[in-house]
Design a protein around this ligand. Structure first.
Ligand SMILES: [Zn+2]
Length: 615
């Protein structure tokens, strides 16, 4: 070998080595949320997730005698996903062991043909059978991801393979299985894509594409063809809520779009992402109420416009969680602040309100007025769909709060907390000190392990019209609501960001009623304040839509309380002088879970002849 060649060999080799060496992954290593939100998440994990009678929801799979089309097979898959998210957050080995035991038992209940479920052989594919299989698949696949247990992945493949012997080209249509134009069954798309991504076996991708195509046929939910149609207007509105011909079922519909995003992500079908964005816009504009949820009788109903009207079975917690999930997946793909805003709104209101004070129960419905109470027991078990699903919404928050990707750390949630992130192999600790959303002041200390350049993105919520960001006391220009403030610089330990968000209280008027929001928090009257009738008409004092809400000392029952001036009743001559009304955050309102405490978000606005147009 000549000297030149030898030299070339030396020069080339290190480059090759560098090329083969994978760039260090950027990720969130650890997060701990404190304060009120951190405490509520801990309560949910301890009192709801860990207190679950797992034996009962696993035992469902022991027998195959379901002939009533019930959904007993969904509970384990929901619970176990919440438990695994909780474990990923707090690393409590007791949760890990609970999950592990239950996974072993589920795998033991797999039949020789691959079936894991409780439906009688002749009743398979009916009712909620395929929906239940979806949750079993998710429970097994996510356990494989967490533990590396290949048996779990094999069991999932076997169950999927068995399902593919029954449904597919030349076999049964997905839309003929179960209710809601096959939307419940069709949401099996998500775990099928998970299987494809883990095994790379073409048959799973083929089946996923069949599911999408089949749903577009006459008789299917037509989730793509009807993307431009408001969700409450899809398909004729029938009398039966729980039957096949109900195309407005909120939770199941959104679950199908969650699956479609998984397919889009893998295949690069950005047109599918565009479709889901379009649908999410429809849902946001036409259905989502002030508290970030929607639906009545678990169906879309043009509910944003109709939110002032009391409705049966409104704001199902499963629907609220799935709305968060859909927004989380879209956020991962498009990184738009609006999706993070949606998650924050739903969490602080609909989801926090759904949990009982001690964390032991999650309500099925959290209406904008009434009293709070436990949901029913379902399928002969001591659990219901929302009690099983709700913890997934709580456990989402830590991973939603901080995100690390390439050279960027994103902060989506303001909460007293500490996070350790790895950005291209460089560890960064981020510590937030704040009592947000009681106030809009947030201090963020940044400590990289070594001085280095990277970007920190701060979510500036859409409602925060007047925001400011400072780094080490120096103002950052062009901070805009509904976007991320992007702070790219060389960060050093001891750097400090201060964020101010616009917490002015806003008045919302709809259908001659009024409601108040303060930052992400919806306010409500609560009969425990004993300050008059919560149902009484009033006119809230306001100036250009802004209301003076004076914080008052909170008591043990309420997270936040405020006083707001209003003129109550219909008398202006004697007793009807303006007076102070008390409000609290929606989550605290009525949280005694007894029928003595009544709360209310939308307050009837007194009609003032000569001051406003006749109706
Ligand atoms: Zn539910």
């Amino acid at each position: 070998m000549s000297f030149t060649l030898l030299l070339a060999w030396f020069i080339v080799l290190p480059n090759e080595v560098i090329a083969k060496k994978k760039a260090p992954e950027s990720k969130v290593i650890a997060v701990k949320l404190d304060g009120y939100v951190g405490q509520r998440i801990d309560n949910c994990i301890e009192q709801r997730v860990m207190a679950q009678d797992v034996e009962e929801i696993v035992d469902v799979f022991r027998r195959q005698d379901e002939i009533r089309n019930l959904w007993g097979t969904e509970f384990w898959g929901k619970w176990v996903q919440g438990a695994m998210s909780a474990y990923r957050y707090n690393h409590d080995s007791r949760i890990y062991n609970m999950v592990k035991d239950s996974e072993q038992k589920i795998m033991e209940f797999q039949l020789a043909d691959g079936y894991i479920g409780n439906y009688d052989k002749d009743h398979q594919l009916k009712g909620w059978d395929v929906w239940g299989r979806k949750y079993v698949l998710l429970g097994l696949i996510k356990w494989y991801d967490l533990s590396g247990d290949k048996k779990a992945l094999q069991a999932a493949c076997k169950l999927a393979d068995y399902t593919m012997t029954q449904i597919g080209e030349g076999k049964e249509h997905i839309y003929n299985t179960g209710s809601y134009y096959g939307m419940a069954s069709g949401s099996i798309l998500e775990p099928i894509m998970f299987l494809y991504n883990r095994t790379k076996e073409q048959k799973y991708l083929d089946f996923a594409q069949f599911l999408v195509k089949d749903a577009e046929e006459q008789g299917g939910a037509q989730l793509i063809a009807l993307a431009d149609v408001p969700v409450y207007l899809r398909h004729p509105i029938g009398n039966h809520l729980w039957y096949k011909e109900n195309g407005q079922k909120a939770y199941e519909m959104m679950s199908c779009y969650v699956g479609l995003l998984e397919l889009a992500k893998t295949t690069g079908r950005t047109d599918y992402i565009d479709i889901v964005e379009k649908v999410v816009r429809h849902i946001k504009d036409e259905e989502i109420n002030l508290c970030g949820s929607g639906s009545a009788n678990e169906c879309w109903i043009n509910g944003r416009k109709g939110q002032t009207l009391p409705a049966y079975h409104s704001m199902e917690t499963c629907a609220g969680f799935t709305w968060m999930q859909l927004n989380e997946r879209l956020w991962q793909l498009r990184k738009q602040a609006q999706y993070a805003d949606n998650i924050e709104q739903t969490f602080y209101n609909a989801i926090l309100a759904s949990m009982k004070n001690d964390g032991s129960q999650i309500a099925k419905y959290t209406p904008l007025e009434g009293f709070r109470h436990e949901g029913e027991n379902q399928c002969g078990l001591h659990i219901n769909c929302c009690n099983a699903n709700g913890p997934r919404a709580f456990a989402m928050i830590p991973r939603f709060a901080y995100h690390a990707e390439a050279n960027t750390a994103t902060i989506n949630m303001y909460c007293p907390s500490e996070a350790t992130l790895s950005l291209n192999g460089n560890n960064v600790t981020i510590k937030q000190t704040t009592d947000y959303p009681k106030t809009g002041e947030v201090t963020i200390e940044v400590a990289p392990s070594r001085e280095t350049e990277f970007t920190i993105e701060l979510r500036i919520p859409t409602w925060s019209e007047q925001s400011s960001v400072k780094v080490n006391g120096k103002d950052i220009p062009h901070v805009q609501a509904g976007t991320y403030a992007t702070l790219q610089r060389t960060w050093r330990a001891g750097d400090r960001i201060t964020l101010h968000l616009d917490m002015r209280t806003r008045l919302h008027e709809l259908n001659h009623m009024q409601a108040l929001t303060r930052g992400p928090i919806v306010l409500a009257r609560d009969s425990r304040f004993d300050d008059g009738f919560v149902d009484e008409a009033c006119i809230i004092t306001q100036q250009d839509g802004i209301v003076e809400a004076r914080p008052t000392d909170s008591d043990k029952d309420h997270w936040m309380t405020f006083e707001v001036e209003a003129r109550t009743g219909t008398d202006r001559e004697t007793i009807g002088k303006p007076r102070m009304l008390r409000f609290c955050d929606f989550a605290s309102a009525g949280n005694t879970w007894d029928d003595h405490t009544r709360y209310r978000v939308w307050l009837t606005k007194t009609f003032y002849a000569k001051q406003e147009e006749h109706f």
